[in-house]
Design a protein around this ligand. Sequence first.
Ligand SMILES: *Cc1c(COP(=O)(O)O)cnc(C)c1O
Length: 369
Amino acid sequence: MHRTEDDYGNASGYLTIDLTALARNYRRLSAEVAPGQAAAVVKADAYGLGADRVGPALYAEGCRHFFVAQFVEALRLKPHLPGDAALFVLNGLQPGNETAAAERGIVPVINSLEQWHQWAGAARKLGRSLPAVLQFDTGMSRLGLPPEERTTLAGLIAAESAIEVLFVMSHLASADDAESGQNDDQRTEMTRVAADFPQFPLCFANSGGIFLGKPYHGVLARPGIALYGGAPTAGRANPMEPVVSLEVAVVQTRTVPAGTRVGYSATHVTTGETRLATLAAGYADGLLRSLSGRGAVYHEGVRLPIVGRVSMDSITIDISALPEGKITFGSRVEVLGPHQTLEDVARDAGTIAYEILTSLGHRYARRYR
Ligand SMILES: *Cc1c(COP(=O)(O)O)cnc(C)c1O
């Protein structure tokens, strides 16, 4: 549940989601793929940012194609989008969900011959043709029909008109690495898919793929992370605008002498007199436990290292670098903002920006700008 702005000010963490930056990122990506179009990947509650707010903001910007991973996400998002927005389910449908999806106009991505037969069966039962996207595996071995099943599928398509194919898609496994040879391999395989199914438009690039250039775009690209301000290409300047900022409140401060143990299991022991502050958020709020003794927060641009273990609901930081009295009960520190990007936190946590975003907890006061 998203809180209203009314209780902004009472929470211990403040998550700000800049929908105008999101809109500019969508425009930027749309321009990059023109004359093709950009869809929006809004799975996992729009990477943790709130699909009910992100979806309509992107629709207002001209986005008409929305991808979620699971059927339940499509059901939740549907009421927040106008009727002409297309909703696609990347994992396809679990057996039994066909009629519910068909009735609501939710479009499955068909990843296997089983899913083709399941959806075709539903179409025959309902006595009308049903839309679908076909996904092919071009080298990731995760979702989609393998190359050896393409002939069978082409035969099924020729034999029955129960399924209206809207797009043929595939997903890149290494698109964030512009140097990876896997990109070229997958693009080559996608060219073969396109040759086998020349009648259907292609849906190919994710965020990273968009910046690999034209041959990766297809007529519909599927960016996710780049919309939310994450870097589409590792090791390169990030062309996207930050969308998320996060501040956490200080709940207690103390000054301790040398030799003082800090946090669970005493993984940190002070080496000199140290000023500490305890923050009112922890791993249950998405500040991953792997940030223990590694990550940092910022206050007016000053780096304040995390000391000891990250707890479920709190984190201890060393504030000795700041003048005394600068941080007191109720002060706020920056976790994500001008001094620390998603990628910075991800690196310190030993993970990727996607996991940081999708882990952001539900206890923060959320403000949408
Ligand atoms: C998650 C996902 C995307 C979006 O990927 P980003 O790297 O976030 O742009 C696109 N397509 C598929 C199939 C996905 O699973």
